[in-house]
Design a protein around this ligand. Structure first.
Ligand code: SF4
Length: 263
C-alpha cells in the first residue's frame, strides 16, 4: 500500500477541467475496473450520471442509500431509472429502522449534534459497510450548487471509505443540466417541480423560496448550522487535508505513471 494525497492529484485535476463528463466516466471505469461504483441520491444530477452510464454501456453498480425516511417520490424515481435503463442500482440501508433508532437514541434530527449522528448512521454508515469492495465512487457534485461545492475538484479523496471520488459534473451548469434532462427525457423526481431544490430525508427537507439558496430547504429547522449530511467528504472538510492508502500499482494507474521496479 502507498499513500495518495490530494496534492498528488493536482496536475490531473487541472487537465481534467477540460474533459467532458463522459470522458471522465470512461477514464474512471478504465482506471478502477470492477472496484468502482456510482453514488446517487436520485436527484437531478445523479439521474444525469445514471443516464450517461446507460449510454456508455458501462457495467458498474449504482449505490443508493435508502435512509428509511425518504420521500416516496424518491423511491419511485429509483424504480423508474431501473425500469428505463436497466441499471444495477443497489439499495443500501441503515442497520436500524428509524423507529428502532428513535427507541434507542431519541429523536436525533432535532439538534445539530444529533443530526450529525443520525446522518452518519443512516447515510454514511451504509456506504462505509460496503466500501472495502471499492476504490472509487462516481458522484455528481456540481460547483453551480454553490456553498461548500463551489470549489469541489473533479477528483477528491474520502478517508472514511478510503476511496477516490470522481465528480464528472463539476462544471455542469444548471442550464446544461436542465437541457440534458429534457433532451434525453430522463425521469426526474417530481418534488423538484414542487419547489424542492435538493431532496433528502422527509424529516429534514422542505421546499425553498426562489430567492433562497438551494440548500436552504435542508435541515431548515436547525438554522444555518447544518447544511450537509457528510456522505460527500468535501462538503465538510477541505479536500487538501485528506489522504488515503491504495495499492502502489493503482496509484500509478491513476496518476498515469508506471514503475519498473519497487525499491
Ligand atoms: S437527513 Fe435528517 S432524518 Fe435523514 S439521516 Fe440526516 S438527520 Fe437523519
Amino acid at each position: 500500500m502507498a499513500r495518495l494525497t490530494q496534492a498528488d492529484l493536482a496536475d490531473l485535476n487541472t487537465s481534467f477541467e477540460q474533459s467532458s463528463p463522459q470522458d471522465l466516466i470512461r477514464w474512471a471505469k478504465k482506471t478502477f475496473g470492477s472496484r468502482i461504483a456510482a453514488l446517487t441520491s436520485m436527484q437531478r444530477a445523479g439521474n444525469v450520471v445514471c443516464h450517461m452510464l446507460y449510454e456508455l454501456q458501462l457495467d458498474l453498480p449504482v449505490l443508493f442509500v435508502d435512509t428509511g425516511v425518504l420521500f416516496q417520490e424518491t423511491l419511485d424515481t429509483r424504480d423508474k431509472l431501473i425500469e428505463r435503463y436497466g441499471l444495477n442500482i443497489v439499495t443500501l440501508k441503515p442497520e436500524l429502522t428509524m423507529e428502532e433508532q428513535t427507541a434507542k437514541y431519541g429523536v436525533l434530527y432535532l439538534d445539530p449534534e444529533g443530526q450529525r449522528q443520525c446522518c452518519f448512521m443512516r447515510k454514511s454508515e451504509p456506504l462505509i459497510r460496503v466500501a472495502d469492495q471499492y476504490d472509487a465512487f462516481i458522484s455528481s457534485l456540481r460547483r453551480s450548487d454553490g456553498g461548500a461545492r463551489a470549489r469541489v475538484p473533479v477528483l477528491s479523496l474520502d478517508a472514511e471509505t478510503n476511496s477516490v471520488r470522481i465528480n464528472p459534473l463539476v462544471n455542469f451548469s444548471d442550464e446544461q443540466m436542465a437541457q440534458y434532462l429534457a433532451d434525453n427525457e430522463i425521469p426526474v423526481n417530481p418534488l423538484h417541480a414542487q419547489g424542492y431544490a435538493t431532496i433528502g430525508c422527509n424529516r429534514c427537507t422542505t421546499p425553498v423560496l426562489p430567492t433562497e439558496p438551494k440548500r436552504a430547504g435542508r435541515w431548515r429547522h436547525l438554522g444555518p448550522w447544518s447544511q450537509y449530511c457528510g456522505i460527500n467528504p468535501t462538503d465538510l472538510m477541505n479536500p487538501v487535508e485528506i489522504s488515503i492508502d491504495l495499492p502502489l500499482e493503482l496509484i500509478d494507474r491513476i496518476l498515469g505513471r508506471s514503475t519498473d521496479f519497487i525499491i
